[in-house]
Design a protein around this ligand. Structure first.
Ligand code: KE4
Length: 440
């Protein structure tokens, strides 16, 4: 894959952007080499500035569930732009989006828009702290909730010690209010609540952790978490920034039958434009300014272009028809039915390809989200994921890229399918994987 123009752009980017990128994962540091630069993206493909065509399984990290440049989204943004790009004044899109989110996700009684998943998670944590008048929060190692100070915290040594910073610039005084536990360990959860229960303002988690690859909650784990948080007056925050409208119209919470107190969203609900949202119980949400004492604000919150794109995406996914078509449909035309079929085809194909080589691969998937770990053992939590062979993943990544397949440039990221992918794309991907696996 020639990268003359990408390399020139990256060299220039390095002179004026830290690390040459506006978000670290794009720098290819986890897989080596230099990133390519994109010229355009349509459907399931991106084209690099050097003219290479790639089947895209990153989908801008989740938003592109309908593929890139979906005609309905492009038309919606163009139409909205003709009326202005930002108002700082309430606009109808905000009411439509709030209504749609509350209809699609039953745990949402009220919702507030913001401008990123980070902002949504940060605001939800502050809101939970204001509502409970408690300081401590609990998160899980391997889960990522954006780069808010309270959440850039790694586990303290030993299971039950409070956290310490996972990034420079985060004061120890912030991190010490964050408890970090391993995911999928019920006894650690019970012990944490026995020790800190009445001090915990919130627990925040990805119901399907997908920022350390992808692994699933063990049976009963989420139910235990709901039981313990309810018993201790702790706000349960479901981070659905990635899974919201990805795993179905009701997100991961609908798939697992969980009713959180607050939820956060991003990515898909903005159709690829900058967006975030958080919402949940009215008694908690009404603590937000201007009604209550918890301050949260944003110049561009409820931006008309982002909401026009997001509304178009959610309507295309069926969110506007919930009252007539219901929450889940099995018709072939239903986007989630198609995504499930594509995901199953990819999973089956990669498992078969891996079996035909001596390379141990754990293919983990839920719906249109997947991760291939290079390890012989199943992955249930971060410690398992850390045992994967990252050098093999690096070589797999570049082998696939050289064959026109763009996977997430890190073993610790999830892959995403879109409704623009086709069974033929999957066949091409599986053929490439079989070739590359034989070289590992
Ligand atoms: P943003 O601030 O990047 O919009 O959202 C933060 C966030 C919050 N919660 C979850 C579950 C997330 O996955 C994310 C962001 N996801 C990463 C991809 N793993 C964004 C990619 C990036 O950082 O460039």
């Amino acid at each position: 894959m020639k990268r003359t123009r990408s390399d020139a752009l990256f060299a220039e980017a390095l002179t004026c952007i830290p690390g040459g990128v506006n978000s670290p994962v794009r720098a290819f540091r986890a897989v080596g080499g230099q990133p390519f630069f994109v010229d355009r993206a349509v459907g399931a493909r991106v084209w690099t500035v050097d003219g290479d065509e790639l089947i895209d399984y990153v989908g801008t990290w989740g938003p592109a569930i309908l593929g890139h440049a979906h005609p309905r989204l492009i038309a919606a943004v163009k139409a909205a732009a003709d009326h202005g790009t930002s108002f700082g004044i309430p606009n109808p899109f905000e009411v439509h989006m709030a209504r749609l989110l509350c209809r699609a996700v039953p745990s949402l009684q009220k919702v507030r828009m913001c401008n990123s998943g980070t902002e949504a998670c940060m605001s939800a944590i502050r809101l939970a702290r204001g509502f409970t008048r408690r300081d401590k929060i609990l998160k899980f190692d391997g889960c990522y909730h954006g780069h808010g100070d309270s959440l850039l915290v790694k586990a303290g040594s030993g299971a039950l010690t409070l956290g310490h910073p996972d990034s420079a610039g985060v004061p120890a005084d912030f991190a010490k209010h964050t408890l970090v536990l391993p995911f999928n360990e019920p006894e650690a959860l019970r012990a944490a609540f026995a020790t800190y229960g009445r001090e915990l303002a919130a627990v925040i988690l990805e119901l399907v952790p997908a920022n350390a690859g992808l692994y699933l909650p063990r049976p009963g784990y989420l139910e235990l978490l709901r039981e313990l948080t309810a018993a201790h007056g702790t706000v349960l925050i479901a981070d659905e920034v990635m899974t919201g409208f990805r795993l179905g119209l009701g997100g991961a919470q609908a798939r697992f039958g969980l009713t959180p107190d607050l939820s956060t969203f991003g990515k898909i609900i903005g159709g690829g434009l900058p967006v975030g949202a958080f919402g949940g119980r009215t008694d908690i949400m009404d603590c937000l300014a201007p009604l209550g004492p918890v301050y949260q604000a944003g110049t561009l919150s409820g931006n008309p272009l982002a909401l026009a794109a997001g509304l178009a995406a959610l309507e295309e996914l069926g969110a506007a028809d919930i009252e007539t078509a219901g929450r889940t449909s099995t018709s072939e035309a239903d986007p989630y039915t198609r995504l499930e079929a594509l995901g199953a085809q990819l999973e089956e194909g990669l498992k078969t390809a891996a079996k035909s080589t001596r390379v141990p691969v754990q293919m983990q998937r839920i719906g249109s989200m997947f991760c291939a770990y290079f390890t012989a053992e199943p992955v249930h939590q971060l410690a398992d994921a850390m045992r994967s062979d990252r050098d093999r993943f690096r070589r797999f990544f570049h082998g696939m890229l050289d064959r026109g397949i763009y996977l997430a440039p890190s073993q610790f990221e999830a892959g995403f399918l879109s409704t623009a992918h086709t069974p033929t794309d999957i066949e091409q991907t599986v053929r490439a994987a079989a070739e590359v696996l034989r070289t590992l």
